[in-house]
Design a protein around this ligand. Structure first.
Ligand SMILES: [Zn+2]
Length: 167
């Protein structure tokens, strides 16, 4: 008998889901209140591998398309690395879920109200990282790092609070 085909992703089991959803609900209440109405489901990714630069994907937020949203009522998925997540400590898990929730953003209209589709569902988008840089460039150039300079909201981030208070 031939081996069954492996799946690359699957929804987490009910017990794991309960834990993850309560962790997410806590983070949403504290840091992501715009996501209070979002139906976010957690899934395992079994196929992520370390790339040539030594990066391993630990998690990924995914927006659900119109048809799947219609069929499932799910708004967003958070995929977690099934090999790494169980090995992570509590602080790392909380930081990872907080990070993935940062990717989940509401689309706002010109009145700063959440945009809704014709089915009265809040519209979501995936938000990019604030900046992306090489560790060596940050070490050598600090505040002048191109990835920081290119990010127009850097001033609001208070990445360098001591220096900011000096000026
Ligand atoms: Zn990310």
């Amino acid at each position: 008998m031939s081996a069954a085909k492996k799946v690359s992703c699957e929804i987490v089991d009910a017990e794991t889901a309960a834990g993850l959803e309560s962790l997410a609900a806590d983070l949403i209440e504290r840091n992501h209140r715009h996501l209070r109405d979002a139906n976010i489901k957690f899934a395992w990714n079994h196929s992520w591998q370390e790339d040539a630069d030594g990066h391993t994907t630990l998690g990924q937020a995914k927006k659900v398309g119109d048809l799947e949203r219609d069929a499932t009522g799910i708004d967003l998925y958070i995929l977690l690395n099934s090999e790494f997540y169980p090995e992570m400590d509590e602080a790392e898990r909380v930081a990872l879920i907080d990070h993935e929730l940062c990717h989940c953003e509401v689309i706002y209209d010109s009145n700063s109200d959440p945009m809704r589709d014709v089915k009265d569902r809040i519209c979501y988008r995936l938000r990019k990282h604030d900046f992306q840089e090489f560790a060596a460039i940050v070490r050598r150039h600090g505040k002048a790092t191109p990835g920081f300079v290119g990010f127009s909201k850097l001033a609001q981030l208070q990445l360098f609070p001591q220096e900011a208070s000096d000026s």
